[in-house]
Write a protein of this length. Structure first.
Length: 85
């Protein structure tokens, strides 16, 4: 048995390979997290610049849509009442 191997529960475990594998897994996790962060930042910046280029801001569009929905609802209610149903 070499010095980097150890018997654990009847298994011969190569501690060097376990250590190397754990280190590579940790490095891969850090790289993946960094990549995901960069993607999120890039998408947030793209969305922010797209919103700034809009002629009408999203809040104003929502306000107009709500106004139209209220007007349509009132018209529907008035038509329903006029029919006497």
């Amino acid at each position: 048995m070499t010095s980097n191997q150890k018997f654990i529960g009847g298994l011969r475990v190569n501690r060097g390979m376990i250590t190397t594998g754990a280190a590579l897994t940790g490095i891969g996790a850090v790289l993946a997290a960094t990549g995901a962060t960069l993607v999120c930042v890039a998408l947030a910046n793209a969305g922010r610049s797209w919103i700034h280029r809009l002629e009408t801001q999203p809040a104003e569009l929502a306000h107009h849509a709500l106004h139209r929905a209220k007007a349509a609802s009132a018209a529907g209610l008035e038509a329903w009442r006029a029919n006497g149903t």
